[in-house]
Design a protein around this ligand. Structure first.
Ligand code: ATP
Ligand code: ZN
Length: 283
């Protein structure tokens, strides 16, 4: 049995639950319980505050956990990152009052910085040879300058709209973060086997979400050019259409190259392009 810790409620909860579901793991709705067990995988799920997850995993109370890298590095526990999960993306940044002149890290010298990330903030300042006073607060950091508690903040940012509404501007990025899967360092062979089984599924889900299944009609005399644009898992599938001069071509395209490829396919004469999401992809 593998014990997994995920966030009880908050920004990572829904995506963590969705990942399990997409991996085909059934969890009864346990959000108001402390723990629950999967019905079709040897997995127990603990619902915890994200800040506590690295400690629980280090102590092997949980074997694995889903948590933001920002928390992993801030807590600095002895755990290993096994997989980046692609959700919960944000950055840890320093922001100052918008109207204030900022010419570089040295502008923070002697200032007061409010943050929930004292460890990472200190590390950044000392790396840049800046002495500043760190004021640790646990929430609503963005209001600290407005109420006279601090001159600057170091906090998580995604769109930046919270900074904007609080009259702040982002001046330094300390860390880019996303949700990761962590494990402790004393796995036995059974746990390694179970983790690999879970990772196999996570890889299939991640790969699928980065790819689309594309079906299109191609004039048969343009087939070579169109096929050369498509990667496919081996090579694209080509089927004749009832109309002799046309073929149907099926292939897989990755998200990054998707728009560019679609334009080139159209230019090469492809028509009736259908794009379908892929649920799992095993290569
Ligand atoms: P808990 O009650 O579990 O302690 P919390 O309030 O500390 O929750 P949340 O605000 O739910 O935490 O954020 C959880 C994680 O989501 C963060 O640690 C970070 O990794 C990620 N995240 C993504 N975008 C943002 C954002 N814009 N602001 C804050 N966190 C973000
Ligand atoms: Zn937290």
């Amino acid at each position: 049995m593998l014990k997994l810790a995920i966030q009880k409620s908050g920004r990572l909860h829904d995506d963590s639950m969705r990942l399990l579901k997409e991996c085909g793991i059934n969890i009864s709705n346990g959000a108001n319980k402390l723990k629950t067990e999967a019905s079709n995988f040897p997995l127990q799920v603990f619902f915890l505050r994200d800040d506590d997850i690295p400690q629980y995993v280090e102590d092997a109370v949980a074997d694995i956990g889903v948590v933001g890298e920002n928390v992993v590095y801030e807590k600095n526990k002895s755990v290993e990152i096994v997989e980046r999960l692609g959700f919960g993306k944000c950055r840890l940044s320093i922001a100052v009052v918008r109207g204030e002149q900022y010419t570089g890290v040295q502008s923070l010298q002697g200032r007061k910085i409010a943050t929930s990330y004292p460890f990472l903030t200190r590390q950044f300042l000392s790396k840049n040879h800046v002495q500043a006073e760190i004021h640790e607060i646990s929430g609503s950091v963005e209001i600290a300058p407005g109420i006279g508690l601090a001159d600057a903040i170091c906090d998580l940012v995604s769109s930046g709209s919270t900074l904007l509404t609080n009259g702040l501007k982002e001046v330094e990025t300390i860390l880019h973060s996303e949700a990761v899967l962590i494990r402790h360092k004393s796995f036995d062979d059974i746990q390694v086997g179970l983790l690999n089984k879970l990772l196999f599924r996570i890889h299939a889900v991640k790969k699928a979400s980065n790819n689309k299944y594309v079906l299109l009609n191609a004039p048969t005399d343009k087939l070579d050019e169109i096929i050369s644009l498509l990667p496919g898992m081996k090579s694209p599938t080509v089927l004749p259409l009832a109309d002799k001069g046309w073929s149907s071509v099926h292939s897989v395209l990755s998200e990054d190259e998707f728009w560019e490829k679609i334009e080139r396919l159209k230019a090469a004469g492809a028509q009736g392009i259908l794009v379908v999401p892929i649920e799992k992809m095993i290569v």
